[in-house]
Design a protein around this ligand. Structure first.
Ligand SMILES: [Zn+2]
Length: 398
């Protein structure tokens, strides 16, 4: 690792492109779990890596959709993120009560158990690493949002069971093959992602759960399209293609074989740069609020979106919020027009709907016809009125 690394973007640029020949034999760092493939060891795929980092830095980016064929490293990239994530505070309680609930809503805002804990000066939270929650492909709506706890029903108590979306709170939610999921499940996930909470009703019971997560979806367009209204709700969209460069392909092959045979050795090789990236990411997350867009950046972004005829306001939200995240990842507190142009393809592509364009064109033609018709009719009727006035007048004259 060179000392000249100054920012997260720098790290992404320099570390991943270093040639990896054979890992040095280093002492075992004693990590208990099977390590994940190091994020910085992913060869190429700069846009995918950048999009994933930006969505972790700034939740307002609105998640990422990775679009591409199988075997292009989408799932590996997503799984490799866990080593970069900071610790977050979590509720100790089944209902997800938090100290800030008491601050804003008093003791009634938490469950009796938590009120008791709070009264006894016990902490309602604990610190834990962000986890990667993967939605199983065969998941049912009940698994996703939760439902009646059948074991509790057996003991003649009615209780709701937390669903996957509640478990995804403060985590990463990865939905592979999002285009193959049932519509009601996709809607539930996207609603929770947008609101940060969701409510389940089952018979007389209802419960609201926190569900703040970074959403990452992936799809292979060969296997089916995503409805345009769902596509629109993903912030960044990345087209992931196979590596083109022969050297890169060879390098990717070497690293994946090394990971297969000696996962810990590869993890150790990237341990220092991973730690550095994790710290940089945490700093970026904590300081994103300071970043301002220059007026030139705002103008440039709006011109791009208008020039392309994109209707959805989500284009601006993602474009500007991702540009702010990029600026802070690059160690700056001002997002420029250059940042906008760098982010624009990820934020704006696949947002233009030919259906909406045609629909709006025919709509405005219809409105023109309607206006013309109303104008004609009103001039007809005003002629009649004048006529009738005249006739009245002439009658009066008579
Ligand atoms: Zn509680």
């Amino acid at each position: 690792m060179k000392d000249s690394i100054a920012s997260l973007t720098d790290l992404l640029e320099k570390v991943s492109s270093q040639r990896f020949l054979e890992a040095e034999a280093v002492e075992d760092l004693g990590l208990a779990d099977q390590p994940a493939f190091p994020f910085l060891a992913l060869v190429g795929q700069r846009e995918m890596k950048l999009a994933l980092l930006l969505t972790l830095i700034n939740p307002n980016v609105g998640g990422v959709l990775l679009i591409g064929p199988r075997g292009t490293g989408k799932t590996t990239a997503v799984r490799s993120l866990v080593d970069l994530l900071p610790e977050v505070s979590r509720s100790r309680c089944h209902y997800g009560c938090l100290p800030e609930d008491i601050e804003t809503g008093g003791m009634d805002a938490v469950c009796p158990d938590c009120a008791k804990r709070f009264g006894e000066n016990e902490s309602l939270i604990y610190y834990d690493r962000v986890r990667l929650i993967e939605l199983p492909l065969n998941a049912q709506l009940e698994d996703v949002v939760g439902g009646l706890d059948e074991r509790a029903v057996l003991h003649s108590r009615m209780r709701l069971k937390r669903g996957l979306l509640a478990r995804a709170d403060q985590n990463l939610l990865y939905v592979d093959e999002v285009n193959l999921l049932a519509d009601d499940i996709v809607d539930a996930i996207l609603d929770a992602a947008a609101q940060g909470t969701y409510t389940v009703h089952r018979g007389p019971l209802a419960a609201t759960y926190r569900s703040r997560f970074a959403l990452i979806g992936s799809m292979n367009p060969e296997e089916g399209q995503l409805r345009p209204q769902i596509l629109d709700r993903f912030g960044l969209r990345v087209i992931v293609r196979g590596l083109e460069d022969r050297e890169d392909r060879l390098e990717a092959y070497r690293r994946s074989i090394e990971f297969k045979n000696h996962p810990q050795r590869l993890a150790n090789e990237y341990f220092n740069s991973t730690t550095l990236a994790k710290n940089e990411l945490e700093t970026a997350r904590n300081t994103i609020d300071k970043v301002k867009l220059t007026p030139e950046a705002e103008n440039f972004g709006l011109n791009l979106i208008q020039g392309l005829g994109v209707e959805s306001l989500r284009a601006e939200i993602t474009l500007f919020e991702a540009a702010r995240a990029y600026a802070i990842a690059d160690g700056r507190e001002e997002a420029s027009a250059e940042d906008i142009s760098l982010i624009a393809p990820m934020a704006i592509r696949l947002r233009r709907s030919s259906f909406i364009k045609d629909y709006l064109t025919s709509q405005s033609q219809e409105e023109e016809e309607l206006d013309k018709l109303m104008l004609d009719m009103s001039s007809e009727s005003s002629k009649k009125t004048t006529k009738s006035k005249k006739s009245t007048k002439s009658k009066e004259d008579q």
